[in-house]
Ligand binder design. Structure first.
Ligand code: RAT
Ligand code: ZN
Length: 443
């Protein structure tokens, strides 16, 4: 069927797969395609089962997510120092009572817990968590992971792997079997943002580095990254940077960025993810929930994209005020890939605004979302929310396109959704399953 506009101009549609959709069909087709396409989740804090206790899942972890802890302290008389003394189970009970029973769970993060409970047919309004706890206790992790990823419509999740985290490094050093659905990322925060506190760990492992990152240090950090590349087979390297990040500026972090990380990314053909705009620990008593946001000067990003045209930068920005500039820079530099609506940006109203803006300025040449899930089951609600918002934004965009004179087919919609949620990531990262499931070599 052709659109009214095409009929009225007498224009012959170009030959493309499928019939042109009417306005009424556009929205149902978009919903269908968005629901049936398997997405790649390019940034999470989840772990493959081989990492044991590092991988968080279940009701107590869902309720003690730091997004909920921040909300809890606003509605409870419990002081952070009292809360941290409680067991995880007691913390979860306190949050459930405060945010879900004494108050209506209206916020994005609280609604997320409700959506997860509903997805598993668990009660959403009981005063206690007995049923939910016994459900999660009965799950075995491997099968549960498969089921949850399938429910979320996600084929592959990208982890966040810190080689300087002692607990995590110990697992890698033992040798980890690769997992079909979990890919690694080499996270560099400790190296690039707090070198003075961490250089000795590298020195202790035989890398000839010093506190000033002088002399051979950058070359030795490159050797360290190459060694960890062999262990992790990461799909990119990543760092989260403060709102005050400047480049170029003579700092230890920038020297290591320029002389170690960027050359290593070029040699290994890996993109570098820059997540810019965090203001760490504005309220340390809240621990992980104590970070905030600041507007960044994106000229630092401009300088990096221009000075290092053979490096590729995957970029997410924390401040709403920076989002438009990010789109403008992406129009200037094809080695810049905007991704996701990160952390404080991951609310439906803001996701809608940012995604609309990105489509208007970049078409499909960006990656709209990642889940940032820290607790396995969060992928269910986070991706459900993304699909809901995306379907609205895309339907509206296709309706406008159709009105403007270019009818759309299901094939067009499928190609676009696949590009947004799969092919852009695949083109930037090698996401093919590692060759064998044999344990990675312990180096
Ligand atoms: O969104 C979060 O959970 C934050 O705490 C951060 O972990 C952030 O996503 C990051 O990767 O630094
Ligand atoms: Zn994250």
């Amino acid at each position: 069927m052709r659109t009214a506009f095409l009929k009225s101009t007498g224009q012959t549609p170009v030959s493309r797969d499928g019939e042109l959709l009417t306005e009424a069909q556009i929205s149902s087709t978009v919903q269908d395609v968005v629901a049936s396409t398997q997405f790649i989740d390019i940034h999470t804090h989840l772990f493959a089962p081989a990492f044991g206790k590092l991988g968080l899942w279940g009701i107590d972890e869902l309720l003690t997510y730091h997004y909920l802890e921040a909300e809890f302290f606003r509605s409870s008389d419990t002081k952070p120092e009292e809360y941290w003394l409680l067991s995880k189970r007691d913390q979860a009970d306190a949050i459930w009572r405060t945010l879900f029973i004494k108050n209506t769970p209206l916020s994005e993060a609280t609604r997320g817990v409700i959506a997860v409970l509903k997805a598993f047919h668990l009660p959403t309004d009981r005063p206690d968590l007995v049923e939910a706890r016994s459900f999660f206790k009965a799950q075995t992790i491997e099968a549960h992971i498969r089921k949850v990823l399938q429910m979320a419509g996600v084929s592959t999740v990208v982890m966040t792997n810190d080689p300087l985290d002692p607990e995590e490094a110990a697992v890698w050093l033992k040798g980890v079997a690769s997992h079909r659905q979990f890919r690694a990322v080499l996270r560099l925060d400790r190296i690039l943002c707090n070198w003075p506190a961490h250089w000795q760990v590298l020195a202790g492992q035989g890398y000839r580095v010093d506190e000033q990152a002088s002399g051979k240090s950058p070359a030795e950090v490159r050797r360290f990254l190459a060694d960890w590349y062999k262990r992790m087979q990461p799909v990119y390297m990543a760092v989260s940077l403060p709102d005050t990040f400047e480049f170029p500026k003579e700092t230890t972090g920038n020297r290591l960025l320029k002389e170690a990380v960027l050359p290593a990314c070029r040699e290994l053909n890996l993109p570098l993810s820059l997540m810019i705009g965090v203001r760490k620990q504005v309220n340390p008593s809240l621990r992980l929930a104590g970070d905030a946001v600041g507007r960044a000067d994106l000229r630092a990003l401009e300088n990096l994209c221009r000075e290092f045209p053979t490096n590729r930068f995957l970029v997410s920005i924390l401040s709403r005020e920076n989002q438009h500039e990010l789109c403008v820079y992406a129009r200037k530099f094809s080695n810049l890939m905007p991704f996701g609506c990160w952390w404080f940006m991951n609310n439906p109203s803001i996701v809608e605004e940012i995604t609309r803006e990105r489509i208007e300025m970049l078409g499909t040449s960006f990656i709209p979302q990642h889940s940032d899930a820290r607790v396995l089951e969060q992928v269910i609600y986070k991706w459900n929310n993304t699909r809901r918002t995306l379907a609205r934004v895309l339907s509206n965009t296709y309706r406008l396109l159709s009105e403007d004179g270019r009818g759309v087919t299901r094939g067009d919609i499928q190609r676009d959704v696949t590009r947004l949620f799969r092919s852009n990531a695949e083109a930037w990262m090698d996401l093919r399953a590692p060759a064998s499931d044999a344990p990675a070599q312990a180096l």
